[in-house]
Design a protein around this ligand. Sequence first.
Ligand SMILES: [Fe+2]
Length: 218
Amino acid sequence: MIGLEVKQRIEGFYQDINQRNALYLNARHGALTPRSVRHYLYNVRFLVQHTPVLLKLAQERAAAQEMIALAAYYEQKRYDEFGHDKWAEDGLDLLAPDSWRDDDDLAIAPELRHLLDFLRATISEAPVAYLAYIMLAEHLTVIGAPNLVRDLEQQCRIPATMMTVLTNHVELDKAHVDSGIAEMNALVDPDSEALIRRTLTQSMGFLERFLHAVGSVT
Ligand SMILES: [Fe+2]
C-alpha cells in the first residue's frame, strides 16, 4: 500500500537527516542562537503562508483534470490549514517583540524559494503528486519536531512557547498522518504510484537543503 510505504520512507529519512542536518545537529549541540531561531521562524512563516496558496493551485489543477475527489480533498485541507502562519508570528513576537517585521537581517533562504518553485511546478504538472510532499511535511513534523523543540529548550535556551508553529502542528498532524495514509491509498491510482515515489524523493532533497540552510545560521 502506497500510503504506508510513504510513511515508512519518511521515518527512514528522519533517522538519516537527524544524524547530519545542521538544524538538528546544531539544536542538539546548543549551537542555535536567538538569531538562528528568528531566521528559522521567519522562513517557516513564509513556507506555511504558502500552504493555502499551493493547496488552491492543487485544487484548481485537479478540478481542471476532472479529478473530483482529489480537488475536494485539497479544498478541505485548505480550510484546515488557513491561518497557521500566525503561530510562527507569535513565536517571532515573543523572540523579538516589535522588531522582526522591519529587521533587514532577516531573509528568505534561496533553498526555500527552490522548494516552493519545485512544489508549484510539480502541482501544475500533476496535482496528485503534491500528496507526497504533504505527507512528508506532516509526518516529519510529528516525528522530528518534539525532539527539536526539546533540544531548543534544553540545549539552546529557546522556550517551547516560542515554537508553537511546531508544537501545534505536532498535535494536528498526528491525526492528519493517520487519515492521510488511507486518503493517499484512495486517491492515488496504481499508475501514479511511481510518480508519488519520485516526488517524495525530490521533496526530501529540497526540504533537507532548506532545513540545513536555516539550521546553519548562527
Ligand atoms: Fe498547518
